[in-house]
Design a binder for this molecule. Structure first.
Ligand SMILES: Cc1ncc(COP(=O)(O)O)c(C=O)c1O
Length: 452
């Protein structure tokens, strides 16, 4: 039988017909190996997914034990011990704001966002606000690939051709310090005021506002200026609009806090998380709702008008539960704190900031173990590279040949132009591995520039 891996044809409908995808066969710690034996350091945690490191035996062991006892039940007929126990643990992990709240488990981030959008709408109906159905969001954002999640996303490249198929509500601008048009002194107020105005002009039709506390893929770890999220939270609270924090990328310790909203002390009504929740060991997402939202449904109609066949899948939950236990046992949230002395995140910050000296690097930004490096053709004017040059993609390609995996993106300037890479390594990365990675990254940038 011919080796399918050697065949130029593939039965898989891949993300690109122009790119070669090496077959990955093994992972251990921060490393992945392809079938030809080439080793890669996973400097982006795939796509900000892996937080614990690859190849840990205890996670599949927990999944196998669960599968042996009970592989699946339908959530319309049963609950399970693993779901009940894990939901309690997650509520505690989410902090006092979610005491008495509830968790809805999904198979990933997009499903979790869809759930949050519908939950917000149902909440408003339950409390007698039947006209509130609009979900406002931000212009440079990504909330998922399904049509509902795309409708609240701002990422132009990812949604452009689907626009005729989706229902759109207001998209509001957001702080992006490197290219801010206002300046730090007034930026927080300006953008929060824009949200305030959008809610007012919705004429009491706004049900919720969804946001990434730290912009993930679209802007490349753009951290908002101080005061912005506090004002946003206040605006929503004052106007009866639910606050949905999309922490699919920033949650579960990635930024050095359990959830990124904790950096600004804000209390969303609904938290959405995925990626690091299972660290990639199983498809898993979660929506964590506060008591106000849960009570409105429990004391109202008493039925959640939503569900997937695979929500609360026991094997995925066993993986997530084992991931959370290990994360806490190994103090990985602390490891991801870039402001704490001597942590991997602090070393990462220090090494990445050195890249600012490079001619093609306009900005290095981020927090914890979530960083973005933005490339520019002209540092003085911040002029981006022409998009057709795919500079970020070329950096990632050069890095991959050197054994370093990055997450390249385009569109940070206006949705189409602007190049950046996202860096989000597992929290078990060592200082030596960080230094090595930063050196490879630097060499990859220089190589991409030399061929420019
Ligand atoms: C902030 C955010 N929300 C939602 C999603 C969608 O998650 P998934 O790809 O697991 O469906 C992503 C994925 O990158 C994300 O970064």
């Amino acid at each position: 039988m011919p080796d399918v891996l050697d065949s130029p044809h593939s039965a898989i409908l891949k993300r690109s017909f122009h790119k070669a995808f090496p077959p990955a066969v093994r992972g251990e710690g921060v490393y992945l190996w392809d079938a030809s034996g080439h080793r890669y350091l996973d400097f982006s945690g795939s796509a900000a997914v892996n937080f614990l490191g690859h190849g840990l035996a205890e996670i599949p062991a927990a999944m196998a034990a669960q599968a042996k006892d009970l592989e699946f039940v339908h959530s319309s007929q049963f609950t399970t011990p693993v779901a009940e126990e894990y939901a309690e643990e997650l509520l505690a992990f989410a902090g006092p704001n979610f005491e008495g709240g509830g968790v809805f488990f999904t198979s990933g981030g997009s499903e979790a966002v869809e759930t949050a959008l519908k939950l917000a709408r149902q909440y408003q109906v339950e409390v007698g606000q039947k006209d509130r159905y609009q979900v406002l969001s931000r212009s440079q954002s990504y909330h998922g690939a399904t049509l509902g999640a795309l409708s609240v996303s701002g990422n132009k490249r990812r949604r452009e051709i689907y626009l005729p198929m989706i229902r759109e509500f207001g998209h509001i601008g957001l702080p992006y310090c490197y290219r801010c048009v206002y300046g730090c002194a007034v930026c927080a107020r300006k953008y929060a005021d824009k949200l305030d105005a959008a809610i007012r002009s919705s004429d009491d039709h706004a049900a919720a506002f969804i946001f990434e506390p730290i912009s993930g893929a679209t802007l490349g770890a753009a951290v908002p200026c101080n005061g912005y999220l506090q004002r946003v939270a206040e605006t929503c609270r004052n106007q009866g609009v639910l606050l949905i924090a999309d922490e699919v990328m920033t949650g579960m310790g990635r930024t050095g806090r359990n959830f990124a909203v904790e950096h600004w002390g804000i209390a969303p009504d609904i938290l959405v998380t995925a990626k690091g929740l299972s660290s990639g060991y199983a498809p898993l997402g979660a929506v964590i709702a506060n008591k106000k939202v849960v009570d409105a449904i429990a004391q109202g109609s008493g039925a959640l008008l939503h569900g997937f066949t695979y929500n609360s899948h026991p094997i995925s939950l066993a993986a997530g539960r084992a991931v959370l236990a290990r994360m806490q046992r190994e103090h990985l949230v602390h490891a991801a704190d870039s402001e704490a002395v001597g942590t991997p995140a602090a070393v990462l910050k220090q090494e990445l900031l050195k890249l600012k000296d490079l001619e093609a690097v306009g900005d290095v930004r981020g927090i914890g173990l979530l960083w973005g490096v933005e490339f520019v053709a002209d540092k003085k004017t911040k002029r981006p590279f022409p998009p057709e040059q795919n500079f970020a993609g070329r950096v990632a390609q050069a890095a991959s040949k050197k054994g370093l995996l990055l997450y390249p993106m385009q569109g940070c300037v206006d949705g189409f132009t602007g190049d950046h890479i996202l860096i989000a390594p597992p929290a078990v990365i060592t200082p030596e591995q960080i230094t090595w990675s930063a050196a490879q990254l630097k060499a990859a940038v220089l190589e991409a520039l030399s061929k420019h």
